[in-house]
Design a protein around this ligand. Structure first.
Ligand SMILES: [Zn+2]
Ligand SMILES: [Zn+2]
Length: 64
């Protein structure tokens, strides 16, 4: 399963570089750390769970 990655936080517009910290919700919203913390892990747009976006290194190492 591969989600479309956006380059900016859905909420505040902060850049979320591919090798930096970011979270995505079940419906592919992208979130920075600050916004993810402020919404307690649940996407306020969709109600979907926010999950840590894997870095490029992690993607290369495993497909679990
Ligand atoms: Zn943000
Ligand atoms: Zn969402």
């Amino acid at each position: 399963m591969s989600l479309e990655m956006r380059a900016n936080c859905e909420r505040c517009g902060a850049a979320t570089p591919a090798d930096g910290e970011a979270w995505i919700c079940s419906y592919e919203c992208t979130w920075c750390r600050g916004c993810r913390d402020s919404c307690a892990g649940i996407c306020p747009n969709c109600g979907g769970d926010l999950t840590r976006r894997p870095t490029r290194i992690e993607e290369a190492q495993g497909d679990a």
